[in-house]
Ligand binder design. Structure first.
Ligand code: ATP
Ligand code: MG
Length: 326
């Protein structure tokens, strides 16, 4: 892994407008999130369902247009909320930044053959205009992900979930991307084949020098593949640090509760730690709690936490946390 920053996200915000009766309300799916991703690393992203992981991943790629903030890719500002003129045409970046979806069957067009699915992005970017070379490229991609060249003429429904995800990966790799958002790429798959897909993604990363934002529900999945891990709660990034450090020295009360739910076979981590249960439901992103959004469920919250929004700040070298009590 190099130390060069590939992607810099500054104060990113994505609100969805929804109708509620006659009024317009906003879902604050991602609010004021800042972080960097270094070239060649895997940044793991975890948090409960609905905390904004998918929205963040898609907004970074501008598949959702951000509500505010800045996105800098490889030194170039590609989105600057305040300065619309700066906003780049994403067509120049689409082939550098790709996404792999959670549900492979839903993300593959059932009317297209596997070959057409994989070649579609090549055509959009006009990468292999020569028919023969295009066919070879598709065959090469299917080989790469452990499928068969003959599979190019078949349809997605003829494949298992794991194979469908391989097709999705081949499609993402077709345009030679540098950065891939992996949005829970294994959570819809059989446990028995999850490791195969993770191993393949890691192998591709080494071979092609890829950078990943790897989204997962819980910490056990991202533990081994991530160099650093970010934890989200209700639209905010609450902690971000080296993967090893997160397990050894979690600082945010929410991270501690998440960790207490995963069994960790690590002698350095206190085995006697109790499982901490969070009280109450996750609050609504339409009307999130004031101050620290976690205060309504935090076991150690004080009066101050109810009114003051904690700053996401660097507590130790490379260890970011948003909590008044740290
Ligand atoms: N297109 C949309 N329109 C309105 N609200 C949306 C839209 N997409 C997501 N949301 C809302 O934004 C919030 C974040 O959703 P998101 O899908 O990003 O969460 P997530 O962390 O990926 O959850 P999961 O782990 O279940 O995939 C949720 O409250 C969700 O209902
Ligand atoms: Mg999601």
């Amino acid at each position: 892994m190099e130390n060069k920053v590939l992607l810099k996200i500054e104060n990113l915000r994505k609100f969805f407008a929804i109708k509620s009766g006659f009024r317009k309300k906003y879902v604050q799916a991602v609010d004021d999130v800042s972080f960097e991703i270094r070239k060649g690393e895997t940044l793991g992203l975890v948090g409960e369902s609905g905390c904004g992981k998918t929205t963040l991943g898609r907004t970074v790629l501008r598949l959702h247009e951000p509500t505010a903030g800045r996105i800098i890719y490889d030194g170039e500002v590609i989105f600057d909320g305040k300065n619309v003129k700066q906003n780049k045409n994403m067509k120049d970046y689409r082939h550098k930044m790709q996404i792999i979806f959670q549900d492979p069957s839903a993300s593959l067009d059932p009317r297209m053959t596997v070959g057409e699915i994989v070649a579609e992005a090549l055509d959009i970017h006009n990468l292999y205009p020569d028919k023969g070379k295009r066919k070879n490229r598709v065959a090469e991609l299917l080989d790469m992900v452990g499928l068969n060249r003959e599979h190019a003429n078949r349809y997605p429904h003829e494949f298992s979930g794991g194979q469908q995800q391989r097709i999705g990966i081949a499609r993402a790799l077709a345009v030679e991307p540098e950065f891939i958002v992996c949005d829970e790429p294994i959570s819809a798959l059989d446990v028995s084949i999850q490791a195969q897909i993770v191993n393949m993604l890691e192998e591709m990363q080494n071979r092609l020098g890829l950078t990943y934002l790897f989204i997962a529900h819980d910490l056990s999945v991202v533990r081994h593949i991530s160099s650093r891990i970010g934890v989200m709660y209700l639209g905010n990034m609450v902690e971000l640090v080296d993967a090893k450090e997160l397990y050894k020295n979690p600082l945010h009360p929410y991270t501690k509760t998440l960790l207490s739910a995963v069994p960790i076979p690590d002698p350095e981590v206190n085995r006697n730690s109790q499982r901490i249960m969070l009280e109450g439901e996750i609050p609504s992103a339409i009307n999130p709690p004031s101050g620290c959004r976690f205060h309504t469920r935090c076991p150690v919250a004080t009066e101050n936490c109810k009114t003051q929004v904690p700053e996401f700040r660097e507590i130790e070298q490379g260890h970011f946390v948003a909590c008044h009590l740290v």
